[in-house]
Design a protein around this ligand. Structure first.
Ligand code: AGP
Length: 615
C-alpha cells in the first residue's frame, strides 16, 4: 500500500522516480506524484489514477526533467480522503519550502492538525500526510535543520510512517524516517536511492541499508547517515540484495500473474533442494530453532495470517493435525488481535505472510510474542518486518511476486507447511507415520513435473473460462483438505475478475447456500479420490438437481458420473493429502483466463494492494 521513491545523484531524477514507481505499482495505488528540485525550488507534479497519467502531466515540463537530479516520488492508496490529485503526494507546507511523501497512517493527525491550524497552517487536502508536512515545516522554522526538524516531528507523531522529505534551503539532501512501515536505502556510487521496496531500485544497485523502526537518516549523493531515536549516529550494515532485475520483468508473458503461475514448478524444486534430499531422508530445517525436546512439549499451534496466506494456513492445519497430531487453530490475524487470546510458552505461533508487512499479522505476532510463545514466520520476504520478529524464520524464497493476486507464494507456503508437518512429526518421533510421510515426500518430489504437465495443456481451462466468463456469480465447493482450495479459488476469481465468487465446504451447501442455486449460478466442485470423494459427488448431485451448471476439478471420475458435469478438468494422479498443491493451479488459471477474457487489469486489480500495511 503506497510506495515511496527518492533519488539523489547525477541521473535524471524524473526518470529514476517514474521507473521506480512503475516497479512499485504492484503495491496497489490510485494516484501518483513526484517533486523535483529545480532552480532552488520544488516543482510538484501529481495525477489521479495510473502512472501513465502522471507521465502525461510531466511531459510538457522537459526543461525541469532534464535538469533535475534530486527528487522524491509516491504512489498513493487512499486512506484519508478520496484518491484525487489534491490528496496525492508529495505534500507541502504554506510557503512550499518543504516537500514530503509518506507511507503509513498518522493516528493523531486530527489533534496535530488542530494545533497547526492555530499556528497558521493552511491545509489543501484531507490527508494525514499534509499534516506531517506542516508539522516538519513548523519544526524547521524553529531549528533551521531539516533532520532535526524531522526528529522533533516524529516524536509528536503516533502511528506508522515511512517519510521522505526535502527542504529548499538544504540543497543536496533527502531526509528520511521510519516507524512500522518499510523503508530501504539503495546504496550507489555517487548516487543514492530511497524506496519502500527493492524492486524500485534493483536496476540501479544491489547494495541496500534497511532502516529499523524509529530511525531517521540523511541521504546525500555521497553519504548516508542514520540516527537512532536518541539522535546517536549509528552504523546499519550494508546488505547485498538477493534479487535480479529480471525477477521484475514479465519475460514474455502477458501478465505477471501468468508468469508467476508458470514459475510454480521451479518454486517447489527450489524449496525442496535445500530441505529434502530424497523421500527416505529427514527434512532439514536448520531455521527451526526449537529443540526436539521443546517440540515434544508443544500443546497447541496457532496459525495467523490473512487472505491467501490464511488459506495456506488452513491446509497446514489439516496436514499438521493429521501427521504431527498437535491441535492447530487457524485464525485471520484481524480476528486474533484485540481479544485476550490464549497462548503460552508451549504454544507454537506461526505467522504466514507473502509480504511480511501485513499490518494485522504483525500486530497479532507481537501480541503472541508477549505471551512467551515461540514465533515461527513463514514469509516470502526474509527482509521484512515480520521476519525480524521471528524466533524461527522459514523463508519460502518464491522470488519477488509482482502480481497483486498471490499464486507462487501460496504454492511456496503450502510446500513449507508440508515440510514443517513432516519435520514436527519426525522430531516428535512418531514412527507409525514414517511410511505415509515417505510417500508424501515422494509425491512432493514429483509435484513440480505434475504442475508443469498441467501448465503445458491449458486449452480446456481456457475454453471453460470463456464459457463461464459472463456469469455474475460463482460457487466453489470442496471438503476436507481441499476446503481451503475452494476458498482460495473463489478469492482468486473475485480479486481479479470482480465476479461474486464464494467458497463453501461442500457439506454446508444444503444448510443455506443451496437456496441460491439455479441455472445462473455455476458450481465448481473439487473432488479428489479419498475419504470425501463420494460425499462431494453427492453434493454435486444436489447442485445439479437445482439446474446449476457444474464444473468438476478431479483426478478421477467414473464413466457413469461424467454426465453429471457440464465441464471437467482432469489433474494428474495425486493423493488427497497432496492434492491442494495441484488443484490450486487449475483454479489460478481459471481465474486468470476469466479475468483476461473480461479484459480486467489482472496484475493490479481495483482497490487492492499487494502489501496491506494498515489494520
Ligand atoms: C492474495 O491474492 C491477496 N492479494 C491477499 O489476500 C493477501 O494474501 C493478503 O493481503 C495477505 O498478504 P500477505 O500474505 O502479504 O500477508
Amino acid at each position: 500500500m503506497c510506495g515511496i521513491i527518492g533519488y539523489i545523484g547525477d541521473r535524471k531524477a524524473s526518470e529514476v522516480l517514474i521507473n521506480g514507481l512503475s516497479h512499485l505499482e504492484y503495491r496497489g495505488y490510485d494516484s501518483a506524484g513526484i517533486a523535483l528540485r529545480y532552480n532552488d525550488k520544488f516543482e510538484i507534479y501529481k495525477a489521479q489514477g495510473k502512472l501513465i497519467n502522471l507521465i502525461n502531466v510531466i511531459k510538457p515540463h522537459q526543461d525541469v526533467c532534464l535538469a533535475s537530479n534530486i527528487g522524491i516520488g509516491h504512489i498513493r492508496w487512499a486512506t484519508h480522503g478520496l484518491p484525487t490529485e489534491i490528496n496525492a503526494h508529495p505534500h507541502t507546507c504554506n510557503c512550499k519550502s518543504l516537500v514530503l511523501v509518506h507511507n503509513g497512517i498518522i493516528e493523531n493527525y486530527q489533534e496535530l492538525k488542530e494545533e497547526l491550524l492555530k499556528k497558521g497552517s493552511k491545509f489543501l487536502s484531507q490527508t494525514d500526510t499534509e499534516v506531517a508536512a506542516h508539522l516538519i515545516a513548523y519544526e524547521y522554522d524553529k531549528t533551521k535543520d531539516l533532520h532535526l526538524a524531522m526528529q522533533n516531528a516524529v516524536k509528536k507523531i503516533k502511528g506508522a510512517f515511512a517519510f521522505c522529505a526535502m527542504h529548499k534551503n538544504e540543497k543536496d539532501k533527502i531526509v528520511i524516517a521510519k516507524r512500522n512501515a518499510p523503508l530501504v536505502i539503495g546504496v550507489g556510487e555517487g548516487e543514492n536511492f530511497v524506496a519502500s521496496d527493492i524492486p524500485a531500485i534493483i536496476e540501479y544497485t544491489k547494495k541496500a541499508i534497511y532502516l529499523a523502526d524509529n530511525q531517521t537518516g540523511i541521504v546525500t549523493k555521497d553519504s548516508i547517515k542514520i540516527y537512532d531515536e536518541e539522535g546517536n549516529l549509528i552504523n546499519n550494515k550494508i546488505e547485498h540484495l538477493p534479487f535480479e532485475a529480471i525477477a521484475i520483468s514479465k519475460m514474455g508473458y502477458k501478465h505477471f500473474m501468468l508468469k508467476e503461475i508458470h514459475e510454480q514448478g521451479d518454486v517447489v524444486r527450489n524449496i525442496l533442494s535445500s530441505k529434502l534430499e530424497g523421500a527416505k531422508h529427514q527434512v532439514v530445517f536448520d531455521e527451526f530453532k526449537l529443540s526436539s525436546e521443546k517440540i515434544k512439549k508443544i500443546t497447541r499451534i496457532q496459525i495467523i495470517a490473512c487472505g491467501t496466506s490464511l488459506h495456506a494456513g488452513m491446509v497446514g492445519k489439516y496436514i499438521i493435525e493429521e501427521l504431527a497430531r498437535i491441535p492447530v487453530d487457524v485464525e485471520a490475524s484481524s480476528e486474533y488481535i484485540y481479544r485476550n487470546t490464549i497462548a503460552d510458552e508451549n504454544t507454537l505461533v506461526i505467522g504466514i505472510s507473502q509480504s511480511g508487512e501485513t499490518a494485522d499479522t504483525i500486530t497479532a505476532i507481537k501480541q503472541a510474542k508477549e505471551k512467551g510463545s515461540h514465533i515461527v514466520i513463514i514469509t516470502n520476504r526474509a527482509d521484512s518486518t515480520m521476519a525480524r520478529l521471528a524466533d524461527s524464520l522459514l523463508p519460502v524464497s518464491a522470488g519477488i511476486e509482482v502480481s497483486v493476486a498471490a499464486t507462487k507464494s501460496y504454492m511456496a507456503q503450502l510446500i513449507s507447511l508440508y515440510l514443517l508437518a513432516f519435520y514436527l512429526t519426525e522430531q516428535k518421533g512418531i514412527v507409525e507415520y514414517d511410511s505415509i510421510i515417505q510417500n508424501l515426500k515422494q509425491e512432493l518430489i514429483e509435484l513440480p513435473n505434475k504442475i508443469e504437465m498441467l501448465l503445458e495443456n491449458t486449452e480446456n481451462i481456457k475454453n471453460i473460462a470463456k464459457k463461464y466468463s459472463s456469469y455474475k456469480d460463482f460457487i466453489f465447493i470442496a471438503r476436507g483438505i481441499n476446503y481451503p482450495s475452494a476458498l482460495e479459488g473463489a478469492l482468486k476469481l473475485k480479486e481479479i475478475s470482480y465476479i461474486n465468487a464464494t467458497g463453501y465446504g461442500a457439506g454446508e451447501l444444503k444448510h443455506g447456500p443451496i437456496a441460491m442455486l439455479d441455472e445462473n449460478m455455476p458450481v465448481l466442485a473439487i473432488l479428489n479420490t479419498g475419504i470425501v470423494y463420494d460425499k462431494v459427488l453427492s453434493n454435486c448431485e444436489e447442485a445439479r438437481a437445482r439446474q446449476a451448471k457444474l464444473i468438476g476439478v478431479t483426478n478421477y471420475i467414473a464413466q457413469k458420473d461424467k454426465d453429471l458435469f457440464d465441464d471437467l478438468v482432469l489433474i494428474p494422479q495425486i493423493s488427497d493429502l497432496m492434492s491442494p498443491a495441484l488443484n490450486i493451479v487449475v483454479l489460478q488459471l481459471l481465474a486468470y483466463y476469466i479475468a483476461e477474457y473480461l479484459g480486467k487489469d489482472v496484475d493490479q486489480p481495483r482497490n487492492l494492494a499487494k502489501s496491506v500495511t494498515v489494520e
